[in-house]
Design a protein around this ligand. Structure first.
Ligand code: MF3
Ligand code: CO
Length: 249
């Protein structure tokens, strides 16, 4: 039995606020995300900015995760742990940030291109964002999770990219992860969307093989072939006739 929470107007307002502060944090990160900075330094900047805004970094201490943000570079797919790694020209950097405001979470990811990258890597990053928009375009009351999944998968395949299957989008609200799962591939999920549901839609697309593995640190997920991976995510409110992106620009 699926227990999918329908948010009240008050809860939605808190999630809007969390979403705004989340995106403000991305604007702050963008000031510092340049060649030469370490991922640990970025984590410190994120932590201090989030706390200063009256929010809590949701990942810090979550199941033992040691940082306020996940930073995954190049062939790292998700859950990269900030550390001594130095960002360099030619990297692609996924920044995945979840924060809560008065107990309500907002989850977003952006993948940044640092300096010059080959055209196929640039296309990977742009088309991963495109896949998110293909998926979210299906969102409205009465649509099915499967509609989102299929749209993302088709967009990825039409652009020559593969879809990571081990990690999926999710409901979000008073918890960072709620029902339902929102896969980026067709999983025959017939669950119907209702107005007031809030979901994180987050395609993770690879330039090469869809296969991934978990590193020895028990967090970092990498592509099996070492080719780059990109990630794009927003927290989305389902409405009667469409959607509202709570972590929009
Ligand atoms: N944004 C991630 C997600 O969508 C959260 C990171 S999970 C953590 O699930 F475990 F690393 F905290
Ligand atoms: Co998420």
């Amino acid at each position: 039995l699926l227990m999918i929470s329908i948010k009240s107007e008050r809860e939605i307002e808190l999630m809007r606020e969390a979403g705004k502060k989340n995106i403000m944090t991305f604007k702050e990160i963008e000031k510092y995300l340049k060649p030469g900075i370490t991922t640990k330094k970025l984590d410190t900047i994120v932590h201090d900015f989030v706390v200063k805004n009256g929010c809590v970094p949701s990942t810090l201490g979550y199941e033992g995760y040691p940082a306020s943000v996940c930073i995954s570079v190049n062939d790292e797919v998700v859950h990269g742990i900030p550390g001594n790694r130095v960002i360099k020209d030619g990297d692609i950097v996924s920044v995945d940030l979840v924060i809560s405001y008065k107990g309500y979470h907002a989850d977003a990811t952006r993948t940044y291109i640092i300096g010059d990258v080959p055209d196929d890597v640039r296309d990977l990053v742009e088309n991963t964002k495109g896949a998110f928009y293909a998926g979210v375009a299906c969102v409205k009351e009465g649509a099915r999770i499967r509609d989102i999944s299929r749209a993302i998968e088709k967009y990825a395949h039409d652009h020559g990219l593969s879809v990571v299957e081990e990690l999926v989008g999710h409901g979000i609200g008073a918890s960072m992860h709620e029902e339902p799962d929102v896969p980026n591939f067709d999983d025959n999920n017939m669950t119907k969307l209702k107005a007031g549901m809030t979901i994180a839609i987050e395609p993770m697309l690879n330039l090469g093989s869809k296969k991934v593995y978990l590193e020895d640190d028990d967090w970092t997920v990498r592509t099996i072939d070492g080719k780059p991976s990109a990630h794009y995510e927003n927290t989305v409110l389902v409405t009667k006739d469409g959607y509202e992106i709570l972590t929009g620009e």
